[in-house]
Write a protein that binds this ligand. Sequence first.
Ligand SMILES: [Zn+2]
Length: 236
Amino acid sequence: MLWSSSSCLVSVEEHSSALAHNGVLFLDEVTEFRRDALEGLRQPLEDGHIVVARASGAVEFPARFTLVAASNPCPCGFEGDPKRACRCAPNRAMAYQQRLSGPLLDRVDIQLSIPRLSRAELLGCEPGERSEAIRNRVEQARERQRARLRGTAWTCNARTPGRFARRTSLLTADAERYLSGAVDSLALSGRGFDRAVKVARTIADLEGSERVEGGHMSEALGYRAALAKEEAAAVG
Ligand SMILES: [Zn+2]
């Protein structure tokens, strides 16, 4: 568990990254973390290791993890809510969200805005899809990736180099078109471009599709759209 108001947060972040190796690092209320602590995640998210430097020397730890983070849209939690008014001072919500830097968000493949549950959803008791079924689908997708990557140094799409992913992901003409369009419309960085390809390849694997179709690429790019809109608003 991480916490947000400790003078040793940078140290906590360094060790948490390494402790989460091959697992999940979940940061709740991520915008409450100190910015330098969050920026320290960029190296492990990119390289899969972290270097802890002290006066006596530097030590490298493996730190390849899945980062999951959650945040309210503003300090009061109601910015953009159709039912309740945000009580924060003007521009406070934007300042709150800007605690996450563009380079850090560029390393986050899936960004989702989760609206409040409706009354029907709160009162309803319809069961969702069972975890067992989802697990089977994920395991099958992982197996497809292992089979495709057999003989290489990697076992899943996320860990492949960008150039390799672009060359081997089998994009259809439609998928290429969506990707090409997004370079301008979403102002994709080189990193964002490669990550979108890998996410689209993974969505195709989850559906058991040999090729990455237009719909797979469109969905993958949609997960990056929130970041692009914020950047466009900042530029405008
Ligand atoms: Zn608010």
